[in-house]
Design a binder for this molecule. Structure first.
Ligand code: CA
Length: 226
């Protein structure tokens, strides 16, 4: 799971990053609202922790823009302000939760867990389905009817992302970052190679689902079933 922390107090930001990483999350940090919006808008995060008082663009504006772009990433607003009207404004704008500073690390972790649970595709722990396909998280098996193939770890991660996003286009960059991480030196053609592995497996399964290439942008799933 990948968490974005948008917080201008550098000490608090790195404390949050450490806390999240100690608890098994991958955490990226940015220190102003504009960078926060750019990063959050990529859609690669499972949760965004967003401070309200930020340089360049405040948290409310970041949140409003995200929701205007139909980005539904769960957002946890963080603020020193505890006025009821602020909280109401944040929730009205589409925040999923509101935490007032100072807060207990435990409380923050509980919020992050609650927000990731809330995503329906993550709630169903065992199987994910799209069209005639089923992806089993426990066995890494992709199946169609009575045919089934085992996926490698990276193929699985990629298929899971495609299936979670369904007909929405995922950019090559998102796939690259989500699967190989920011630090990696993997390139676009790594994505192409894995997409071709998956296409071969879909053909083998005789699935009606195809991975469509949107030129210069990325990929999405398409089911031929009417
Ligand atoms: Ca701040």
């Amino acid at each position: 799971m990948r968490v974005l922390v948008v917080e201008d107090e550098t000490r608090l930001a790195s404390t949050l990053q450490d806390l999240l990483e100690l608890n098994g999350y991958t955490a990226d940090v940015c220190h102003d609202g504009e960078a926060g919006l750019d990063n959050a808008a990529t859609g690669i995060y499972d949760v965004v922790i967003l401070d309200v008082m930020l340089p360049k663009m405040d948290g409310f504006t970041v949140l409003r823009r995200l929701r205007q772009e139909k980005n539904a990433t769960p957002v946890l607003l963080l603020t020193a302000r505890s006025e009821v009207s602020d909280r109401v404004e944040g929730l009205d704008l589409g925040a999923d939760y509101y935490l007032t500073k100072p807060f207990e690390p435990k409380e923050l972790l509980a919020c992050v867990r609650a927000l990731t649970r809330r995503q329906p595709e993550l709630r169903d722990a065992d199987a994910l389905s799209y069209g005639d396909l089923k992806l089993d998280r426990a066995s890494f098996a992709l199946s169609c009817g009575d045919r089934s193939v085992r996926l490698s770890r990276k193929e699985f991660d990629m298929m899971e992302l495609l299936m979670r996003n369904r007909e929405m286009v995922i950019t090559k960059e998102s796939l690259l970052v989500k699967i190989w991480g920011y630090e990696s030196d993997a390139e676009d053609n790594n994505v192409e190679v894995y997409i071709s592995f998956l296409r071969r497996k879909l053909a083998h399964l005789r699935s009606q689902v195809r991975i469509k290439t949107i030129r210069m942008v990325g990929y999405c799933l398409e089911s031929q079933e009417s």
